[in-house]
Design a protein around this ligand. Structure first.
Ligand code: GRF
Length: 210
């Protein structure tokens, strides 16, 4: 059976929905011993591991130890779910085509941190989230699925974050399922979903929700 390893650094709400979706998660690994999500995984009987980045001399050494641990589970897919470490090119190359991330913006706009604050500052009318394959360029890489929500006049970074997170929880399990079912195909820099002929299912656009 195919399997997934999830990497987290904190709260782990995306990890939680992936577990609740019944996906075949072999292990949850965190760079942060205090990550809240670890407890949820443990309670659900998922093996957890901590590789504390602070105990390594540099990024290269941390990434090597992380990859070694991941590879003991021989996952088909490595899922970044709020994993707050920049990964080296060697690490990304090692998992090429089987490493995905969720980012709280409509990439390629707003890569990096503080996406909701920046979206408000720029006055964009549409904001959202993206699941994408990871490349060595930060928050960049072939896009699998996006969800777009309207930015409301009275939105704050917190209200925007909350509505975007709701959509993250919809699209991430879908993307992982597509991957595990072998439905994602990379054509140059574009992802095709072999069972979908139009864009309807790769863009959630829920409109203004109460
Ligand atoms: C999410 O907004 C995700 O898009 C970003 O980090 C946050 C993680 O949240 N990469 P959680 O730990 O999954 O609750």
């Amino acid at each position: 059976m195919k399997s997934v390893v999830i990497l987290i650094s904190g709260r782990g709400s995306n990890m939680q929905v992936l577990l609740e979706a019944g996906l075949p998660v072999a292990a949850v690994i965190s760079n942060n011993p205090a990550a809240e999500g670890l407890m949820f995984a443990q309670v659900h009987g998922i093996p957890t591991r901590v590789i504390d980045h602070r105990t390594f001399p540099d990024r290269k050494a941390f990434d090597a130890a992380l990859a070694e641990t991941i590879d003991t589970y021989q996952p088909d897919l490595v899922v970044l779910a709020g994993f707050m470490r920049i990964l080296s090119e060697a690490f990304v190359n090692h998992y090429q085509g089987r490493l995905i991330n969720i980012h709280p913006s409509l990439l390629p706009t707003f890569p990096g941190l503080d996406t909701h604050t920046r979206a408000l500052q720029e006055g964009v009318k549409i904001h959202g989230c993206t699941v994408h394959f990871v490349t060595s360029q930060l928050d960049h890489g072939p896009i699998i699925i996006q969800a777009a929500i309207p930015v409301l006049t009275d939105d704050t970074p917190a209200t925007l974050a909350e509505r975007v997170l709701t959509q993250e929880h919809r699209i991430y399990p879908q993307a992982v399922q597509w991957f595990l079912q072998g439905q994602l195909r990379l054509v140059e820099n574009r992802v095709e979903i072999t069972t979908i002929s139009n864009s309807q299912d790769v863009l959630y656009s829920p409109g203004i929700e109460p």
